[in-house]
Design a protein. Structure first.
Length: 589
């Protein structure tokens, strides 16, 4: 071992008895000779590990350490010169020697302190140029100073690659993270949510670009500096700010004028609360302004919370709601409702004790639910949420879809309550005129009125709420849905109308029987009987009027709603309009 030590000292021109620092000599050693020395030094270390406890070996340790320092100094000098001269062959030799001596990390550290750090400290500063300019300066360093190292260590030149080096990951990136934390602390500061979003997204683009330059993405992401850079960003605080911002905006729309006209018509919605729901959810999933992928779970929960809050409000406003009649809420009847008429009751909220809504408010709210269902299922879910689930298991995507569908179903379920309210309102408005049926006998009994030739006025009044509703809201709800809404009201109206007619006819029949008995008691002559039967009796006139009324009623119902089975009022009503006797039938003909 002594011979080898002396041999290496001779090659390095080291005098063990001299205190001169040969590492500072200006003389140079050829690369081949340095490789030979490195090989010899490696052999010395091997023997040293085998005979470390031997006394004479202990005396050699200072000389061996000195040899290592001199060689290290020469190698570092050679590396910096080769790097400065862009000498790929010299660089390859330096890289090989350091790899042979197991000094890869030391060489990467040298590159960091002697090359990367001076550049970063001189260039990086968070000024008015913003973070984009800072990231560009950092990224410019890679091709300018690192590309030659990549060429020297790779097999791109047709030469054997030198394994173990990753200057980008082990030298450049740690220094970048350190410099940014030291000189650009405002980069990570929260400030406003919008400014944080802009800086974070810019930083993530820079991170992706830097990662694309690395030879191993896994090695890059496994480096401690990668996690340090990611953890510098306080995403929890960012989400808290966004949560407050979005939820406050939506809650305000519920508490203040929820039923005021929507200011934006891009979604075809009528009310401010409906538009607010769309705006909040659209913003929550907008990657250009709010959404950050690491916060996917948080924004998903926020979405469910907002939908649940909307469902709760709808349930509260729909339960037991009564529709105000036009006479109570408007000075005059409006044939075609407009959104401007909504503002008079736009302050209705779940806290209001006056649960009365105008008819157009209920209809427009139901129409909004139709639009919201389309927006949520066909737009938000398909175009905004599902694309952000890329990379997740298919089972997870399916669970998300199912849960979202449940939330939407709970939201639109209140549409049936609104439809029931409209049905009850129409039933009450139409049914209020059925009472006039009972007045028909009074109009003809002992009044000498002519035989009726036209329907009673109450029939048109009874059907007017239905025809007005159809005219005003068919374009809003669609013909099919409007028919579905009105069907129960028409069924009830037909039943109530039939009952009223039946009661009148029963009364007429009883009156006829009573008169016959009275005539028999008085022994009225047959001449007078035949004389009285020359014209239609009062009861015949009553039946004729009912026949005209029910015929027009059935025709108008069919004209408005078609010939569907549920609107076949003729069969039910005309049974009451048939004349009681053949004689009266002949008279009417």
């Amino acid at each position: 071992m002594v011979v080898i030590v002396e041999k290496v000292e001779k090659l390095l021109e080291i005098n063990p008895d001299s205190k001169e620092d040969v590492s500072k000599r200006k003389g140079d050693i050829s690369g081949d000779l340095v490789e030979r020395i490195a090989s010899e030094l490696n052999q010395i270390h091997f023997h040293l590990s085998k005979a470390e406890d031997v006394d004479f070996v202990q005396t050699l340790k200072p000389r061996i350490a000195h040899i290592g320092n001199v060689l290290k100094s020469r190698l570092e000098k050679s590396f910096m010169e080769a790097l400065s001269n862009q000498d790929i062959e010299a660089l390859r030799q330096c890289l090989r020697i350091h790899a042979y001596l197991d000094r890869i990390s030391q060489l990467e550290g040298l590159f960091r302190t002697r090359v990367v750090q001076p550049y970063m400290r001189s260039k990086i500063c968070m000024d008015d140029r913003g973070c984009e300019a800072v990231f560009k300066l950092i990224f410019d360093f890679v091709p300018e100073r690192c590309s030659i190292l990549e060429q020297a260590s790779s097999s791109s030149l047709g030469l054997e690659g030198i394994q173990g080096y990753d200057f980008l990951v082990n030298a450049v990136w740690p220094e970048v993270v350190s410099i940014l934390s030291e000189k650009c602390p405002s980069l990570y500061a929260m400030g406003s949510a919008d400014s944080f979003f802009a800086r974070y997204t810019s930083a993530m683009r820079f991170l992706d670009d830097f990662e694309a330059q690395c030879s191993s993405i896994d090695r890059f992401r496994a480096h401690p500096s990668y996690a340090r850079f990611i953890n510098e960003w306080n995403l929890e605080l960012y989400f808290e700010l966004r949560f407050q911002e979005l939820c406050t905006a939506f809650e305000k729309s519920i508490l203040v004028l929820p039923l005021s006209p929507s200011s934006g018509w891009s979604d075809g919605l009528h009310f401010a609360i409906s538009q607010s729901l769309c705006d909040v959810l659209r913003r929550s999933w907008d990657e250009r302004t709010v959404f950050l992928r690491p916060l996917l779970a948080e924004f998903w929960k926020l979405t469910l919370q907002v939908l649940s809050r909307m469902s709760q409000w709808l349930k509260e406003i729909s339960e037991g709601v009564t529709i105000k009649t036009p006479e109570r809420v408007m000075t005059k009847s409006v044939s075609t409702p407009s959104l401007s008429s909504l503002t008079s009751h736009g302050h209705t909220s779940h806290q209001s004790q006056d649960r009365g809504l105008k008819l157009n408010q209920v209809v427009y709210l139901a129409a909004d639910l139709i639009k919201l269902e389309q927006f949520l299922m066909e737009n938000l879910l398909v175009n905004a949420i599902v694309p952000k689930l890329q990379g997740h298991p298919e089972s997870t995507v399916e669970v998300i879809k199912v849960e979202f569908k449940k939330a939407v179903d709970a939201l639109i379920a209140e549409r049936s309550s609104l439809a029931t309210s409209v049905c009850n309102h129409l039933r009450a408005e139409c049914g209020a005129h059925i009472r006039f049926v009972s007045d028909i006998p009074r109009l003809f009994r002992r009044t000498n009125r002519e035989v009726p030739s036209k329907p009673s006025a109450y029939v048109a009044m009874m059907l007017k709420p239905l025809s007005d509703f159809q005219q005003d809201y068919e374009s809003v709800l669609g013909k099919k849905r409007l028919s579905d809404w009105i069907a129960p009201a028409v069924d009830c109206l037909v039943e109530e109308y039939s009952t009223a007619i039946s009661e009148v006819l029963t009364g007429v029949q009883k009156m006829e029987e009573s008169l016959r008995r009275l005539k028999k008691v008085r022994d009225i002559s047959k001449d007078k009987d035949s004389e009285g039967s020359k014209g239609p009796s009062d009861d015949d006139k009553i039946r004729k009027q009912l026949q005209l009324d029910t015929q027009v009623f059935a025709e108008e119902i069919e004209k408005m709603f078609g010939s569907e089975e549920r609107f076949q009022a003729e069969a039910l009503l005309r049974q009451f309009s048939a004349p009681a006797t053949t004689e009266t039938s002949v008279i009417f003909e």
